[in-house]
Design a protein around this ligand. Sequence first.
Ligand SMILES: Cc1cc2nc3c(=O)[nH]c(=O)nc-3n(C[C@H](O)[C@H](O)[C@H](O)COP(=O)(O)O)c2cc1C
Length: 317
Amino acid sequence: MFKTRLCDILGIQYPIIQGGMVWICMHELTAAVSEAGGLGVLAGGSMTSEELAEEIRLTKSATKKPFGVNIPLLRPDAEILIDTTIAGGAAAVISSAGNPKRFTGKIQDAGLKVVHVSPNVGLAVKAETAGVDAVVGEGIEAGGHDGFDEITTMALIPQLVERLTVPVIAAGGIADGRGFAAALALGAQGVQMGTRFAATFEARAHIKFKEAIIGVGDTGTTVSARTLGPTRAVKNRLTEKIAEAERACVSKEDLFELIGEGRSRMASVDGDVQEGTVYCGQIGGLITGLMHAGDVVRETIEGAEKVVKELEAAARR
Ligand SMILES: Cc1cc2nc3c(=O)[nH]c(=O)nc-3n(C[C@H](O)[C@H](O)[C@H](O)COP(=O)(O)O)c2cc1C
């Protein structure tokens, strides 16, 4: 059940991608997701080329199944990370934050697939024109950096499905079988989940970061830094300071200065969940405890099967 076109393209059993997450997705999480039949993804965004090469090596020693590497294309050394990914033998690049036109051909010529993350139809069409193999449509519910237009997953996915030929993958607000089934009902060929996988035993995040996700509730995240680039994270002292600065209409430069560098590392690695950025999606409110990443994959599929059976029964009544 649920073997979609995306499974054939990526060579995976279930159409579930573990979203790349800076500082968090190292070989333990990536290998666990791939072993369970999804696509595990290393977070290239927070690694040097040397670290990435080592994480690829460790992932390959833990699983023979396909895995990917997330590369934010705005990174000045994106091409070096791409070369490292190709040389290491990953199966796919999940590109985000930048123009996929520059590197898609090169990656595909080396035999890897390219999946690009887009927050709206226009950018997704550009990605398809650039030749990517699939597109992730990411709604404003998602943890991390979101699109300026703040389109919800529910509204975005069917519009992408109408316009694209390549498979669409839904991201933002999905953490179990119900969300998975809903995404497929909207026409998606698979899902990408981030927040749910951040709250797993295998995620390389500080325990305080994971606890912040588990305790977030339905109203505990906020979108800040709208002028620089909307970012969804847990409400904390930092997001309050940013909100105050935005209310005072400070310049982009001042806002940039206030946020400074290293806020994500501060939360994810050092566990400072007040002054650091705790990227977290709205679906964090559904997460009540840590799970093993493999169980997330299995329970998502089992949960979706149950939903489909219930819908079939309801349709027959
Ligand atoms: C802690 C965290 C870090 C993230 N870091 C990245 C990243 O480095 N690159 C990227 O493309 N997306 C990043 N994302 C987005 C995820 O890959 C994924 O698309 C998103 O989390 C899906 O929405 P969800 O949080 O509702 O599951 C991050 C998300 C979270 C929660």
